[in-house]
Write a protein that binds this ligand. Structure first.
Ligand code: PMP
Length: 404
């Protein structure tokens, strides 16, 4: 194996300096990698200026760094060009941008299909389109395992469907979406496909062209980069036809008292001063990720997930949410324990240095369908090791003893 998780862990400053921390909340926010932090600090201390405005050397350096980051993200996503990469403040902002801008191009009675497994960020922005444009929101059901129910696609994708917007991987069940089936269903009626990749990007480079989708949204803070930066990728010809979401400086070619002329994408969608250093940090993070031995990493993550699954299976009254087949899911494991509230459980675990997320995970429709009010989620990434899993299992036994 080319992958040494101890060395990897030492490259994350927070983990390297925190003793007794078992960080298993990576689906909420991953830790920042040294290369991303270095790039951010270097930018702020050597190239800090506004972008695309000044004509002095420092401003040119800032613009070059910002555009360089765009190129690095384009490589990570295998976008056809850097111009297809729009920087936003995060996945939520990217999804809101897509919904508002695509919604403005739709007609009353048009349909958007999302799934029951969506994070609220890929639910509420589309739901808003009903009131604003008379657009109907349709829901793809999920199976008992929380996977998108592909058998229901023919019933859910009508001739009026303009867009299918679904998660690439669930933040609750970890279930990975069969994108090919979604794309095929969309193409049959000429609909577009958007993927919410917020969870997926942490687990390696993405190939948007091979996936065959039209839009992809993600956040930097979930892939070892700074917070406050995200991406909406879109096919060039589709972005070119979309109106801006926000207006202001930096996105307009001509302003007069009648009709403004907006710049071409991506700048049309980046009104105001963007999060420049954060973008530079994201560029460094994805550039670093690009060179990692992903097969070995996935083997390591999966072994940890299986170790955890085996431990969880031995706990009385524990229900695991999501697919049992590890090939079908990310190492994101949510579970509910009879008679114990996830907030209490996570509090007791937190006191022992084990960081888990408990609650509804901003996915209330999914939890309701699965018949649980809340769940505790352990999300594993490559810097975790056996000691994290064992601390969680020991902590769970202690917490159950205390709370039951
Ligand atoms: N979609 C999914 C699947 C997520 O897990 C999250 C973050 N929890 C988001 C969207 C929103 O991401 P952000 O909070 O970074 O905007």
């Amino acid at each position: 194996m080319n992958f040494d998780h101890r060395k990897m862990r030492s490259e994350f400053p927070l983990l390297a300096s925190a003793s007794g921390l078992h960080y298993l909340d990576n689906a909420a926010t991953s830790q920042i990698h040294q290369s991303a932090l270095d790039a951010l600090v270097r930018h702020e201390t050597t190239s800090r200026a506004n972008v695309q405005r000044g004509s002095y050397a420092l401003a040119e350096a800032a613009s070059a760094a910002y555009e360089g980051a765009r190129q690095q993200v384009a490589v990570f996503l295998n976008a056809a060009s850097a111009e297809e990469v729009v920087f936003t403040s995060g996945a939520t902002a990217a999804l809101n941008l897509a919904a508002a801008s695509l919604g403005a191009l739709m007609k009353p009675g048009d349909e958007v299909l999302i799934s029951l497994a969506e994070h609220h960020s890929n639910f509420l922005p589309w739901q808003q389109l009903k009131a604003r444009y008379g657009i109907n929101l349709r829901l793809l059901p999920v199976t008992a395992e929380g996977r998108l129910d592909l058998a229901a696609l023919p019933d859910c994708v009508s001739e009026r469907c303009r867009l299918i917007a679904v998660t690439h991987a669930s933040n609750v069940t970890g279930a990975i979406t069969d994108v090919a089936a979604i794309v095929a269903a969309a193409r049959r009626v000429g609909a577009r496909v958007l993927l919410d990749g917020a969870q997926r990007v942490q687990h390696g480079p993405v190939d948007v062209q091979a996936l065959g989708v039209d839009f992809y949204a993600c956040s930097g803070h979930k892939c070892f980069a700074p917070g406050g930066i995200g991406v909406l990728w879109g096919r060039a010809e589709l972005l070119a036809a979309m109106p801006p979401f926000m207006t202001g400086g930096g996105m307009v070619a001509q302003v007069n008292l009648q009709e403004p002329v907006f710049l071409d994408p991506p700048r049309r969608f980046e009104a105001g001063t963007p999060p420049i250093a954060q973008a530079v940090g994201l560029g460094a993070a994805v550039n670093w990720m690009q060179g990692l031995p992903w097969e070995d990493i996935h083997r390591h993550e999966r072994a940890l997930a299986v170790r955890l699954l085996q431990g969880l299976a031995a706990i009385d009254g524990l229900r695991l949410l999501g697919p049992v087949n590890m090939e079908q899911r990310l190492p994101v494991l949510s579970f509910a324990i009879e008679g114990i509230h996830p907030h209490d459980l996570c509090q007791v675990l937190g006191d022992r240095g084990v960081a888990l997320r408990g609650g509804h995970h901003c996915a209330r429709p999914l939890l309701e369908f699965l018949g649980v009010e809340g769940a505790s989620r352990a999300s594993i990434t490559f810097y975790n090791d056996e000691s994290d899993i064992d601390a969680l299992l020991t902590g769970l036994a202690a917490a159950i003893g205390l709370l039951r």
